[in-house]
Design a binder for this molecule. Sequence first.
Ligand code: NAD
Ligand code: IPM
Ligand code: MN
Length: 365
Amino acid sequence: MSYNIAVVSGDGIGPEVCSSAIKVLDLISKKLNVKFIYKHYAIGGNSYDKFGTPLTDETLNGCLEADAVLLGAVGGYKWETLPHHLKPEAALLKLRESLGLFANIRPAKVYKSMLNSSSLKKEVLEGTDFIVLRELTGGIYFGKPRGMDKSKGWNTMIYNDYEVERIARKAFEMASKRKQVVTSVDKANVLEVSQFWREIVTKVHQDYPAVKLNHMYVDNAAMQIVKNPKQFDIILTSNLFGDILSDIAGMITGSLGMLPSASIGSKHALYEPVHGSAPDIAGKGLANPIAAISSIAMMLDLSFGMTKAAEIIEHAIEKTLNTGIRTVDIAGSNEQAASTDQITELILKNVEEIFNEQAIGIFLL
Ligand code: NAD
Ligand code: IPM
Ligand code: MN
């Protein structure tokens, strides 16, 4: 069995965390006799510097042809003042749109050994396990008209019925296999687009009577995630609200450096850590690679059906954290922080050990 993976590692810590993730994939490949063929492409600021555009046709076509895409992060101080269409972030948006990646899955769960590392209290966190399901190819990120002149700037938040319907179906289907609760988050008390969203979600819900549907305003949802995160199963929300809520959810896991994501469409899939290029720590070997490695686990599970291998990676991350090793983002003020390489090596060692313990070999496939 062999799979083609397009790797667009991007800027800042993107290449650092992708390199850790690929080491884990290589080990899985060795253990399970499955071949991963990587093709590396430029994206973001480094692509702009080299080719004058943050997304070349070569990169786009490479991603369209691959079985799955692994992305690091894009962006950085250097490119902040470029016009919007040349910014590194524009490349990521175009990639999501061109690959039709309408469903962005961002799971927030707490590893037991991280219960004391979050800025939230242990009692609040314990047992938390929810997913932010963010609509990714519509809403204010893509609505027209958009623009700015000397005296104003404007964007349009717009949703078509089919866009809300397909992401709502995805939410109900995911909840059916979990705790059977969908919380649809909007701003229907103020925005027509949200009122419309709410009506469509309510209509789609009729096809899923076993799942409970709650509606919540986004300002309240932001507060509830911090106050009582256990109440959530699937948080279904639009592009902009999902962007904001998923960073808040990052703190449930202890750090943004822990939160993985999968972006899925009907033909393509892309996996990336939720965090950005972290220019403040880039190039120092300090980045937490867990979000990227965990995104690989999502790739194995969702794109290649290698569910057991994905579980082994998650288990190895947990075992690693249990030893008390911490990168700078999750280390307490008097703890010695480990480097990206140190934590990656330990995760690899634990993956290896779990394989040996279970002696499951080829049956996993
Ligand atoms: P960021 O996520 O890059 O960083 C926020 C903070 O979290 C920083 O202090 C950073 O050091 C820390 N952090 C993030 N990931 C970490 C990790 N793996 N290990 C340790 N610490 C980590 O967000 P920002 O500073 O708002 O944005 C920086 C740049 O990244 C911007 O150009 C932004 O547009 C871009 N960005 C890209 C993506 C993406 O490519 N998907 C996502 C978010 C932000
Ligand atoms: C994310 C990022 C992106 C977004 C940016 C970099 C375009 O913040 O993936 O969460 O806003 O979607
Ligand atoms: Mn974001």
